[in-house]
Design a protein around this ligand. Structure first.
Ligand code: F6P
Length: 362
């Protein structure tokens, strides 16, 4: 049966989104199906005259496997279950527009929605599936914090970008005999910090899963100095927190969702006071989400996109494509978003880091 597919990309972008779109579109077109892209998450559906819906054919997806970002655009503020509408007086009202989303898809004759997203977007997808929409999810996030898949696409690229950045910090830290504190993304999971910190030979890695003690961080750094290595690299996940304390948040968006940030700045100040070494901090920020996906991310994204169409063909709705080596399989969407996938504090990657002398400040 010829199908009509819609594709959305929601939440923060991640390298590999375009590769997923390309594979899904080409796999669908090869079956003689039609594909439509919804611009900016679900927001495109609310634009007058379907102005936010685009036809995705072979020409639309040519040459985009290696491109970062998403040709469909995305938003972190487009949840149709709590859609934010700005009133004429400037105030913001939250309305449930999920019914409209389902009606629009019905009007368009959509047989299956492919929702490419992280935990927020896939929760929306799960809820739309519960309301009767045929949905297939694709796990996207640089944070790698989605359960039920070994890896999400985008993570590998973020780790590579962060690794390259930390590699460069070594020489300047050594030249100035400084402590460099670098803050990496990942929300409440320490995957990016752990992997990049290990790959780039950081001296200290602080992650949310292992609350740290400042004393221990100081000890690790002073021990390094006393061995004659008079500089140090501290990698801190944005969600890292001291034992008995809290993660650092920015207060630049009053009234809106609190954003993590400030961990490196705080730690850098504390280390300067406690060690008397010169310290500098930096936040790698959205660089981790930008640029071309690595070969690994391109391939996993292409596999996910193609697998999503195979699932649609088999009528496996309400599922998410997931990597379960050596295969890409289907898992229930609900399983993917039930728990945040965090770093196992006693897992082999943490043990490996400890084995090569990296301190977790615990
Ligand atoms: O979830 C991806 C992510 O990049 C997180 O690592 C980070 O905390 C957050 O998004 C940043 O969001 P925004 O782009 O809205 O600042």
């Amino acid at each position: 049966m010829a199908m009509r597919i819609a594709i959305t990309t929601g939440g923060g972008d991640a390298p590999g989104l375009n590769a997923v779109i390309r594979a899904a579109v080409l796999a669908a077109r090869a079956r003689g199906w039609e594909v439509f892209g919804i611009r900016r998450g679900y927001s495109g559906l609310f634009q007058a005259g379907y102005g936010g819906v685009v036809v995705l054919d072979e020409a639309a997806v040519r040459g985009i496997t290696h491109e970062g970002g998403t040709i469909l655009g995305t938003t972190s503020r487009g949840n149709p279950f709590s859609f934010q509408v700005t009133q004429p007086d400037g105030s913001v009202r939250t309305v449930d527009r999920s019914g409209e989303v389902i009606d629009r898809f019905r009007e368009m004759g959509i047989d299956c929605l492919i929702a490419i997203g992280g935990d927020g977007s896939l929760r929306i997808a799960r809820d739309l599936a519960r309301r009767g929409l045929n949905v297939i999810g694709v796990p996207k996030t640089i944070d790698n914090d989605l359960d039920a898949t070994v890896v999400t696409f985008g993570f590998h690229t973020a780790v590579q970008t962060a690794t390259d950045a930390i590699d460069k910090l070594h020489s300047t830290a050594e030249a100035h005999e400084r402590i460099m504190v670098v803050e990496l993304m990942g929300r409440h999971a320490g995957w990016i910090a752990l992997f990049a910190g290990l790959a780039a030979a950081a001296d200290v890695i602080l992650i949310p899963e292992i609350p740290y003690r400042l004393d221990r961080v100081v000890e690790a750094i002073e021990a390094r100095w006393s061995r004659g290595h008079e500089y140090a690299i501290v990698v801190v996940a944005e969600g890292a927190l001291p034992l008995g304390g809290e993660a650092s948040y920015l207060d630049d968006d009053p009234g809106l969702k609190r954003r993590l940030g400030g961990a490196a700045r705080l730690l850098s100040r504390q280390l300067r006071e406690r060690t008397r070494h010169e310290t500098r901090s930096l936040v790698l920020g959205h660089l981790q989400r930008g640029g071309a996906p690595t070969a690994y991310d391109r391939i996993i994204s292409l596999r996910f996109g193609s697998a999503a169409i195979e699932l649609a063909e088999r009528g496996r709705f309400g599922c998410m494509v997931a990597l379960e080596p050596p295969d890409v399989k289907a898992v229930p969407l609900a399983d993917a978003v039930r728990h945040l996938k965090t770093v196992p504090a006693r897992g082999d990657v943490v043990r490996t880091a400890r084995a090569v002398g990296i301190s977790f400040g615990d």
